[in-house]
Each structure stands twice: as structure tokens, then as C-alpha cells.
Design a protein around this ligand. Structure first.
Ligand code: BGC
Length: 765
């Protein structure tokens, strides 16, 4: 077991937290989550959390939040406002060690050393703790935990206990489940099997568990006094260590008539037959494969490598290519904030990572939107429009789950209009479908699901834009990405993407008709979409009002934005609270203060909507008006700045994005890592600094590396190929190798080349 408890030798793969400080605990727990797209286990300590102590702490803001999240396990609790939330599964990791009858607890005795290590390469959390008990005896406890990337249902915990004393001592180890019952009703509780049901939504959860302890390589018989509760007792000798292992298998069933217990028991049986070492080996092999396709290394900037690895670690742990019924919440499976709800964050900020490194996961995320089409159609109909209007916040059914009010930091109620007005998500989803198709060439997906999403979102926008007396169509009363301004008209971001969506709807109809006639007939018949309707869409697209001033080259973020008060944001530099809190919502609404990348996001997503000069003008105009009141914002700014060649600003935004989760205030990270910011960080490196574009008829690379980045290396998938890219700053050379797949067209810094199988193309940039 010793080997499993040892971290990877290369410290570039590790995130290390020395010591223990309860004030920082909640953010460390988010950061050190282990997850696999089905299960997410926060990095709360498993050992030495006494029940009284925990319940006392839980009343405080900085309490420890042990959580195991199960993707898709939503229920609507009886709280105000009543919206679905992820229900945490029972805490399966709790362990208590007693020495001569006294519990070994952090706050009793002396902590000689305590470190937590997130071993990102191995997808595991390790702890190493040496403690002197009040009686003066030193105990060394090492732990390992992981949730398997090879079989997502499995979790593994290892604990090694050694008493560092010549004299014999009475030692016991007690393993239990904690927090059973919060939000879940127990249907069945046996020694090593539990089945729970959510209170309202009728979902069920089965956990099968096995626990064992060895001394000197031999199994030690223990006691099993109650369900999920085991204990062992032994007499220590110098140099003798006890090895404890616990394995769980977790299965969620969405059908109220379903019984997931059989599957959980079978999965656990299989795992037990192979043994924990096999579970661990397969998990590590699965991570090795993911890293092979998604690792980024920045030679010359270790901090950047660490930040990108941290991002990639969490992104790889957030998705599950095998489950089309779930998507990625704003904090993935790492914390309670946003209740597991899915926003545009997934399509706009994190999906590009999966498209480029894990197309199967990208496909599953888009299939989630396909399965949510009925709810999106119902929302559009309810609001008087046609087609599909996606929920701004979505959980397991696709119905709108945005709370209609929240409390501000002072306790005042604020009405939330996003569920009604933040409609751009219906263009973001369409944009994501198209991007996936262009980059992967996955026609099967387009035929089975993507085309229907495109047609239904195009139909929504065509009905949403209303013809007015001036002969133009307008989209009024919306919220753009900048949520500081509500009930606005003709948001540039929204209208440009709406027009783009309508045109892609027409394109896909034309393509289906030309290439897949049968499918077109079937789909157009199902949707009742005929030529007259398509002609109508073309007219809407041509007459849709776009807030763009050709003279200045500026988009006006929405009608009337330029008339609002200009505020010099430099005077609020260093302010840690969001500006709508500092200045008040009304003042911010009357000003040009922008919450987050809005027009700037548009520049990144549809760079060809305006010329290069206008792109620069818009970036310069909006960057200085942006308060970055959302974690999504700076990554997008980094990406656009890098594409514009403003590498110094891009690097500053990049570092500030990296710091959000790695060094951010405990409060903001407590609710989980900001997965969209992590996706934005990856995009800034690959689409920004490396200048990769996956959406042309050739893989395009156009690097702008920061001065200190000697080399940047990574892999991307493109239309069924796996390609390795190495950019060498000193040699001013890009090397592109085709690792897997057929010959393909490349365009590096404007030079075209046909890359042959197993070939490498080197060129200057
Ligand atoms: C941002 C949204 C984002 C949401 C979830 C909000 O603060 O303004 O753009 O979708 O957080 O991350």
C-alpha cells in the first residue's frame, strides 16, 4: 500500500497544502476535489472530524463541507425559492482512530506535520499527517482517495496507520458513513448496501460498500455493529502498520420504479474480485490516457503549467461521455454553489476543451441539450414564441430552474430576471453544436440531434425578433452576458448570435436537403418546417437590427449604452467586492460598467463579424469598462487580447484567471471551483496564445506566445485526427505532428501544408 500513498515524484503534477487552517478549509476542499463526471468528492478530511466539532463548525461560514456529489441526483428541497439542487450523497469516507482509548484528533495534542497533496497525474488526493497525542505518542496516518475514471461508479479510500513507539498500544480504527439522510430517505439499509430515494423527484441512489483492514499482510477480523459501520482493534508494535481499504460502488436511477441496488452490488463484486490494486491501476491508466490527450506544458513558466494542469485536471473530472442525461454545473461536482445548475458556461467556456481533447465527452454534453429540447420548446411556447428556448439555468429536466429572487449580501431581496430575459443561451447552444460539428466532422451527431437543435433554435430567434415600423426587426427586453443591465433592447451579443443561429438553421436545412435528403424529409416533416418558413428566416436575418456603428467600428452593447454614465474603473482597482455591491445596483445600471465579457465574448466567438481594426477598437473600448464581476470574464479577455497580439495584457488576464481558484479568497472558492474560468484559461492558452482554430477547413495555428513562455506543447483532436503541437519561442518554430489519423490540411501562420500520417511539419512563425 505504501506505494499507492506516495505522490508522483515530479512535483509539477502536485498541488500541495501544508498545515491545517480551518479558515481556509472550505476552499481547499473545493480545490482538492476528486471527481470523474459521475462522482465528485470534496477534499474534506476523512479523519479526525469529531461529530460535535463538525456540527459546531457547520454554523460558521468557514465550516468544513464534506460532500460527495452524484451527477444528475437532483431534487427540489422545501426551501425558498423552490428550485432543484444536487442532493449530496452520504459521506462514505469517515474514519476515526483511537489510541489507548483516546481519539486521535487534530485539535487535541500536537500536529507535527500535515500535508494534503492533490496528485493530478494520478487523479488522487493524498494526506500525510504525523500527530503527537496528548499522551506523547506519535501516530502517523496516510490516506489516499480517488473516484475511478475507468469505472465511474467506484470510489476507493486507503488509510495507513502507524504508531511510532517502541511500547505496545491499544489501537482501534472505526469506519462509518456520515451525514446519512440529509435530503434523502433511506429505502434499505444493510451492512454494506444502502438505497436512498430523493424526497420529491423519485430518483434513487444505491451505494454498495466493502471495508477491510490488514495487519502484517493478514486480514484482521473486525466488528460490523450497524449499517456502514465497521471497527477493528489491535495492539501496536514498533514498525507495524495497519492498512485499511474501503471501496464503494454508486449507482443513480432516475426512474422512480428503478432499483439501482443490483448494479451497485455487481459493480462492487467485480471490483472486489480484481482487488483494490486493480481498481487503482485501471483508474491511473484511464488518467494517463486523458493526460496524454489533454496535458499542456509551458516550458519557462512553471506557474502557467501548474495552472493549466489544475484546469485540465478539473475539466477531465467534470465530464462523463457515457451519460447524456447530465451536463456540467457552474461549479462542476466540486461544491454547492449554483446548486449544480447548468448555464451557458458549459457550451461557451468549457465545451471547446472537450471538443479539442475529448470529443466523446463533448458529444454527450450536446446530447444533454438534445434531450432537453421538449422542455425548451415548452418554455418558448409558454412565453409566446416558437421553436426551442433553453432554460437559462437547467438541471435534469431542462425546465427553467433560475430562482426568481435571491438575497443580496445585506439580506435584501433582489428579483432575478435571468430566467426570463437571459435568452442568449439559445444561441450559445446552437453555436456549440455548429462548433462541434465543424471541429469533429461528426455527421452522425448532426443528423441524429444537432440539426434539430439548430432548426428549433433558429425558429425561436426568427419568432423572437419583431418587425417594427422602421422596417427592422428588434429583440427587446433581454439581458446580455453583462447581467448588470437588465431589460435592454438589441443586445449586440444577442442579436449577432441570433442572426448567426438563424443563418446556420438555413444552412443546415440546405445541407440536409443536398446530402441527406431522406433525413431532411423526415425532420422537416416532424418539425413542420417548410420552404416558406425558411424564406421567412432569411428575411428575419437580413432585417435584424444590429447595434454596430460602421464609422467608429464599435458595437453598441445595447441601445442607449453609449449615453450611460462613463465611470473610471481605475479608481476601484483593488476592490474585492463586485462593483454592483460597492456602488449599488441602480448606479451601475445607469453606467457603462460592464459585468463581464459581453461584446468581448462576441469578438472571440464570431471574429469575422467585424474587421480586424474594429475588433481592436471594440476590445479597447470595452476592456476598460469591464469590472470583471464574474469569474468567466478575464479568461475571455485573455483570449481576445492574445488573438489581437496584445500579449502582455493577455498574460495579465491569464494569470488573474488562474488565481481565481488557486489563490482566490476562501469565500469565493468555497462553493466549488469555477469550471468556466478553468475552461476559459485553457481557451486562452490554446485559442489565444497558440492561436489554434478548429473551425476552418484546415487546422489553423497562429501563435502569439508571452515572452517568458519558451515552449508550449499540447495535443488537439481535429476531424478524427490526433495532432501534437509544439511551439518553440526561441527557435520561432512550430512543429505539428500527426499522431493518429489520415492526411490533413494545416495552416500555420498563413502557410498551408498537407500533413501526412505520422509526419511532422516544422515551420517558422
Ligand atoms: C455570470 C453568468 C454565469 C453564472 C454561472 C454569473 O455570475 O454572470 O455569466 O453563467 O454566473 O457561472
Amino acid at each position: 500500500m505504501l506505494q499507492a500513498l506516495e505522490p508522483t515524484a515530479d512535483s509539477g503534477w502536485l498541488l500541495i497544502e501544508q498545515g491545517y487552517d480551518p479558515v481556509r478549509e472550505v476552499s481547499i476542499e473545493s480545490r482538492f476535489t476528486v471527481s470523474n463526471g459521475l462522482l465528485g468528492v470534496r477534499g474534506a478530511r476523512a479523519i479526525s472530524r469529531g461529530p460535535t466539532w463538525v456540527s459546531w463548525l457547520q454554523h460558521l461560514k468557514w465550516a468544513s463541507w464534506p460532500r460527495t456529489f452524484v451527477a444528475g441526483l437532483f431534487d427540489t428541497p422545501n426551501i425558498d425559492p423552490p428550485v432543484p439542487a444536487l442532493v449530496p450523497a452520504p459521506d462514505w469516507l469517515r474514519v476515526r482512530v483511537h489510541l489507548d482509548g483516546e481519539p486521535v484528533l487534530q485539535h487535541m495534542g500536537e500536529k507535527l506535520s500535515h500535508q494534503r497533496i492533490l496528485d493530478m497525474r494520478r487523479g488522487a488526493l493524498l494526506t500525510q499527517w504525523r500527530h503527537r497525542n496528548p499522551s506523547g505518542v506519535v501516530v502517523k496516518v496516510s490516506t489516499y482517495r480517488a473516484v475511478s475514471l475507468a469505472d465511474r461508479r467506484l470510489g476507493l479510500q486507503l488509510v495507513r496507520v502507524e504508531v511510532e513507539d517502541e511500547a505496545a498500544h491499544e489501537v482501534s480504527l472505526e469506519a462509518r458513513f456520515g451525514q446519512m439522510g440529509g435530503g434523502l430517505d433511506a429505502d434499505r439499509l444493510e451492512q454494506d448496501l444502502g438505497v436512498w430515494r430523493t424526497e420529491q423527484s423519485g430518483k434513487s441512489l444505491a451505494i454498495a460498500c466493502s471495508a477491510a483492514l490488514q495487519l502484517n499482510g493478514a486480514e484482521l477480523p473486525g466488528r460490523a455493529p450497524s449499517p456502514f459501520h465497521w471497527s477493528w482493534h489491535w495492539t501496536s508494535e514498533a514498525g507495524l502498520a495497519a492498512s485499511f481499504q474501503r471501496m464503494i460502488a454508486v449507482v443513480r436511477a432516475d426512474d422512480p420504479a428503478g432499483d439501482p441496488s443490483r448494479e451497485a452490488l455487481n459493480a462492487l463484486d467485480r471490483a472486489k474480485r480484481g482487488g483494490w490494486r486493480d481498481v487503482l491501476a485501471q483508474h491511473e491508466a484511464a488518467w494517463a490516457e486523458r493526460w496524454q490527450q489533454s496535458d499542456l506544458v509551458v516550458a519557462g513558466d512553471d506557474a502557467a503549467t501548474q495552472a493549466l494542469r489544475f484546469a485540465v485536471y478539473h475539466l477531465n473530472g467534470a465530464a462523463n461521455p457515457a451519460d447524456e442525461k447530465v451536463s456540467i454545473g457552474a461549479r462542476a461536482l466540486t461544491g454547492d454553489a449554483y446548486l449544480g445548475h447548468v448555464f451557458w458556461d458549459t457550451e461557451t467556456y468549457v465545451l471547446p476543451f472537450y471538443i479539442a481533447t475529448w470529443p466523446e465527452a463533448a458529444r454527450a454534453l450536446l446530447m444533454y441539450r438534445y434531450h432537453m429540447l421538449p422542455a425548451a420548446r415548452a418554455k418558448a411556447a409558454r412565453m409566446g414564441w416558437r421553436g426551442a428556448m433553453y432554460a437559462w439555468e437547467s438541471a435534469d429536466t431542462g425546465e427553467e430552474t433560475t430562482p426568481d429572487h435571491v438575497l443580496d449580501p445585506r439580506g435584501a431581496t433582489i428579483r432575478v430576471l435571468c430566467g426570463i430575459q437571459e435568452q442568449h443561451i439559445s444561441a450559445d447552444v446552437a453555436y456549440a453544436v455548429w462548433q462541434y460539428w465543424e471541429a469533429t466532422g461528426d455527421d452522425r451527431f448532426m443528423l441524429d440531434a444537432g440539426a434539430e437543435i439548430l432548426l428549433e433554435t433558429a425558429r425561436f430567434w426568427a419568432s423572437r425578433a419583431v418587425l417594427e415600423a422602421n422596417g427592422k426587426r428588434h429583440i427587446r427586453e433581454v439581458i446580455g452576458p453583462d447581467e448588470y443591465h437588465e431589460s435592454i433592447d438589441d443586445s449586440a451579443y444577442t442579436n449577432v448570435l441570433a442572426r448567426w443561429t438563424i443563418r446556420r438553421g438555413i444552412d443546415i436545412a440546405t445541407t440536409l436537403r443536398e446530402r441527406w435528403k431522406d433525413r431532411w424529409e423526415q425532420l422537416s416533416g416532424k418539425l413542420g418546417c417548410d420552404d416558406a418558413e425558411l424564406r421567412g428566416w432569411a428575411d428575419v436575418a437580413d432585417t435584424l437590427f444590429i447595434n454596430f456603428d460602421p464609422k467608429s467600428g464599435l458595437f453598441e452593447q445595447f441601445t442607449g449604452f453609449f449615453e450611460l454614465e462613463e465611470v473610471d474603473l481605475a479608481q476601484y482597482a483593488g476592490q474585492t467586492l463586485p462593483l454592483d455591491v460597492v456602488l449599488g445596483r441602480e448606479r451601475v445600471q445607469r453606467s457603462q460598467i460592464v459585468k463581464q465579457a459581453d461584446v468581448v465574448a462576441l469578438l472571440a466567438m464570431l471574429p469575422d463579424e467585424c474587421g480586424a481594426k474594429a475588433r481592436l477598437a471594440n476590445f479597447q473600448f470595452y476592456a476598460k469598462r469591464c469590472a470583471h464581476g464574474s469569474s468567466l470574464s478575464k479568461g475571455m479577455h485573455a483570449l481576445v487580447a492574445a488573438q489581437l497580439g496584445d500579449v502582455a495584457s493577455a498574460l495579465r488576464y491569464f494569470r488573474e484567471t488562474a488565481a481565481i481558484d488557486l489563490h482566490g479568497a476562501s469565500d469565493s472558492v468555497a462553493g466549488g471551483v469555477h469550471i468556466a474560468a478553468l475552461g476559459g484559461l485553457w481557451q486562452a492558452a490554446v485559442f489565444g496564445f497558440a492561436g489554434v482554430s478548429l473551425r476552418c477547413n484546415a487546422l489553423r495555428i497562429n501563435p502569439h506566445l508571452p515572452a517568458g513562455w519558451q515552449r508550449l506543447g499540447f495535443c488537439v483532436h481535429w476531424r478524427g485526427r490526433l495532432v501534437r503541437v509544439d511551439i518553440d519561442q526561441a527557435a520561432k518554430e512550430v512543429a505539428v505532428s500527426l499522431v493518429k489519423g489520415d492526411a490533413m490540411p494545416l495552416e500555420v501562420s498563413g502557410k498551408s501544408h498537407l500533413l501526412r500520417p505520422a509526419g511532422t511539419y516544422r515551420t517558422g512563425f
